[in-house]
Design a protein around this ligand. Structure first.
Ligand SMILES: CC(C)(COP(=O)(O)OP(=O)(O)OC[C@H]1O[C@@H](n2cnc3c(N)ncnc32)[C@H](O)[C@@H]1OP(=O)(O)O)[C@@H](O)C(=O)NCCC(=O)NCCS
Length: 188
């Protein structure tokens, strides 16, 4: 697998691979946003974790990215950490899936739509990637609005186990193809 780029910039944001040095900022964002994020992200059940454990986790993410695996980017507004967005190799080999969360104080301004757009463009720089996916529980309307705004297509609904307290157990799977994304870029 080819290593994903380390960073990308958008009009308002810097998206870059996180390292253990980002632990204080990311830990603070999570603490501030726990009530907002916990209904939807299963791993929040393990929070709070110690600073040492979070540094260790972030070191694992950095190594995974170096080895050509998933990339978990911090989203930075000027120098402030305001969320994470990841590119994950979870599905078919020709597909990358975007995952995300935003600091509770930075929603409603289009930052995740902007970050999601940049990550989709980045995903299609990878040879062999023909589709980018976003999956979310049906009850998570704010999450679903992101792919809708980006022009993704709702490809399927899948019944799945409930992993987080806000979920209904129906996963919406959105996708955009390489050709559709290129056509959208050409039209804007
Ligand atoms: C999912 C999540 C990232 C969406 O955040 P969000 O703030 O709604 O999304 P965006 O940052 O793209 O902002 C979109 C909102 O900003 C508004 N907006 C303002 N300026 C905008 C701009 N320039 N471009 C796009 N939207 C803009 C939109 O109208 C929209 O507002 P609305 O919710 O009133 O319709 C956030 O709710 C979250 O972190 N949830 C918890 C974690 C989670 O569910 N993760 C996904 C698991 S599958």
């Amino acid at each position: 697998m080819k290593r994903l780029p380390e960073r990308t910039e958008t009009t308002r944001l810097l998206l870059r691979q996180l390292t253990p040095a980002d632990e204080p900022a990311m830990g603070a964002s999570l603490r501030d946003s726990a009530d907002h994020i916990s209904p939807w992200l299963p791993w929040m059940a393990n929070e709070p974790i110690s600073r040492a454990d979070r540094r260790e986790l972030m070191s694992t993410w950095e190594q995974e990215w170096r080895d050509g695996g998933d990339a978990i980017f911090g989203i930075f507004l000027e120098d402030e950490h305001i969320g994470n967005v990841g590119l994950h190799r979870r599905g078919p080999t020709d597909s990358l899936e975007i995952g995300y969360w935003l600091h509770a104080g930075h929603t409603g301004r289009g930052y995740m739509t902007e970050a999601g757009s940049a990550m989709t463009t980045l995903a299609f720089t990878q040879p062999g990637i023909e589709r980018v996916a976003i999956h979310h529980d049906r009850a998570n309307a704010a999450s679903g609005a992101v792919p809708r705004r980006l022009g993704f297509i709702l490809a399927r609904e899948v019944t799945k186990p409930i992993d987080a307290p806000g979920e209904e157990g129906v996963e919406y799977q959105w996708e955009v193809s390489r050709d559709a994304w290129a056509a959208r870029a050409a039209a804007t």
